[in-house]
Unconditional design. Sequence first.
Length: 406
Amino acid sequence: MYHIDNHRCILYTISKRQKLSGRFLMELLKEIVYQRLCDMIFAGDMTPGSRLPGEFELSRQMGVSRVTLRAALSRLEKEGVISRSRQLGTVVNFSAKPRPKLLVVLNPLDDLPDTPVLQMISGASARCAELGMEIDTVSYDYFTDERFLGDRYIGVIQTGCNFHGEEKLLKVLDHCGLPVVNAMAFEGDPPITGQATVLFDACNAWFDGLKYLLRFGHRRIAFLLNDIDIIERRFNCSFEQFRTVTGKHCPNDRSLFLFPETDRHFPETVAALLNSAEPPTVFYSYKVPYARLIYQFAKEHGLNIPKDIAVISFDGGHGASLLRPSLSTVDFGYQRVGRIAVDVLMDHSSWDSLEPKPVIHTPYSIFGRESTDRFITDYTDGNRHAVARHSAKRKNLTLKNNKERS
C-alpha cells in the first residue's frame, strides 16, 4: 500500500497553518500525487509492462479522490510513461526510463514555508516537467549526505536565507557533491553561502513601492516591518541608514515604523497613530500577514480601505488578490523565480568553476489593486491639511478604545 506521508507532505503541513485558496491547494495535491506515482514507477516499485492498481484501489491507497488521481494519470499518459485502456487498465510503458531529479530543500516543518515558497516550488516543478525531470522536496530536518547515495538527484535548490556562515545546512550542501542554487536569498547571503543565487532586488523594489504611494499623493506613510535584524540583512544596511533613505522621500518619524511581531499592544499602537495630529494615510507592510492585521483593525473600528486608510504589501502571495478589498503588492513573481532557479541549475557546467558563483537578480512588478485605489489631495509640501474631516472618525476610535480598556 502506498500512502502519502502526511508528516512530510508540504500541503498537509501548510493547510494546518494557513487558509489557502481551494484551487491552489488542489493543484498542489495533484502535483504531489503525480510525483508519488513517478516514484512508484521509476524507483523500482513498478517495472515496464506491469499494471498499476485500478483507480478505486489506487486512490484509496493514496488517500485522494479519483478525480485528483485521474489528473495525475492523464499527465503521465501524455508524457508516454503509461498507457490506459479499458481492456488492460493502466500499464507502465516499456519505454519508460528513470528521469533525473532535482531536490528542493525547505525550512524545518515547524517553520513551514509561506505561500511565496509554495509558488516558487510550483514554478520549479512546472519547469522540471517541461525538461522531462522530477522534483522532490525535503525539510532541512531530514536532509543528510546519505540521502543522495544511490539516488538520481542532479542538483539542489535551497530556500534558506539570512545565513551567518555556521549553519549545519551549509556544511551539508558544501559536501553533497551536487550543484546548489539558493532561490530565496537575502542580499548578504551569496558571499556567505558561496552558492549560485537567484536574488530579489529588494532595495529597489521597496523604494519603487514607496514611490508608487507618493504618486497617489501619500506623504505620511506608516511602515509595518519585521524585526530590525531582518530588515538590516534584507536591505543590506543599518536600520538608521534605512530610515535616512526613507526620509528622502517622506517623513521618517520613529513613530511611523511599527513592528507587529514584537509589539504586544499593536492594535493600541495603530489606534494612537491614527488618532495623532498628523496620522498616516497608508500602511506599507513588509509582508501580507502584517497587512491583514490592518484589514482586521479597519473592520473592528469601522474604517474603510482605501477611503480612510490605504494598505500595500511589499511581499506578494498569501492570497493578496483574494482579500476584500484586493491588496496592492510589490510582487517578485515567485513561480518565475522557481523556473529561473531550475534553468540556472541546469546550466551549472558554465559556472561550477567560477568564484564567486553567479547572482541573478529577478524582475519584480507592482500590482495596484483596490487597497490603494484612492488619490490623496490634502497634502501640500508634505504637511497634511483638512485633517478636521477625519477628526470625527478619530474620535470614534478613541471612544471605542476607551470602552475596550474599561
